[in-house]
Design a protein around this ligand. Sequence first.
Ligand code: NAP
Length: 253
Amino acid sequence: MPYTANPTPDGSRPIAVITGASSGIGAATARQLAAAGFEVVLGARRFDRVEALARELGGRAIALDVTDRASVEAFAAANPRVNVLVNNAGGAQGLEPLAEAVDEHWRTMWEANVFGLMLVTRAFLPALEASGAGHIINVGSIASQESYAGGSGYTSAKHGVTAITETLRLELLGKPIRVTQVDPGMVETEFSLVRFGGDEARAQQVYRGVEPLTGDDCADIIAWVATRPPHVNIDHVRVTPVQQATATVVHRG
Ligand code: NAP
């Protein structure tokens, strides 16, 4: 659905920065925010992908590893103006019970979903405030609110995203910065392929008998929250496929 970006206080074209824009929800968000009138700035490690998408959307692409402070600071320095920051980069690794937890999986999940989100947000906060009408949109997950067996590395990291969103909402009160968290259930992207180390058959099993959300379904919500009037803060949106009631209760037809 088409939405229209709010005019900026200084009359300049609004700028949206999207992390993890090389795939899935982030790439779809870039398309929809560009369609809403934002100049889009795309960051991800796979630079060839963000570069191609930025060219198509008339935006800009910058190589970004959200876990690397120097990379994040260079990314922010290249973008002194920003109106909307979509913290989307992240994902899951493995599905082991805690007794078999893989250190490297946990580090990757915590570094990308939690530490990286902090680095990027901290780096952009001055520019968001200076914009006069900034907006931080954190992509959490149904795993930001629920736990499931085998998921503690990911659910604990995404619960961390909820804590950060709620904290930012308190800390930024009185400043012209909105804070939103969007928590999707099952979305068919590269998420499960990454989670299962490239095992396509296992990744496909996740969506067996279900019509999952698409990246576009989530991007539609992100574009909607970003284009509400500046005094309206959508705090939290949880969205699932109609066949998914909780993280683990799914009707498979
Ligand atoms: P995806 O297709 O695997 O996309 C993940 C994106 O994150 C990619 O663009 C990837 O880019 C980027 N990324 C990962 N680590 C990064 C890092 N260190 N630095 C920069 N970018 C990084 O999966 P997706 O479903 O679109 O996931 C997007 C977000 O939605 C994630 O936060 C995920 O946890 C969340 N989510 C997904 C689902 C689902 O079912 N799919 C459900 C709820 C929440 P590069 O690899 O090119 O760097």
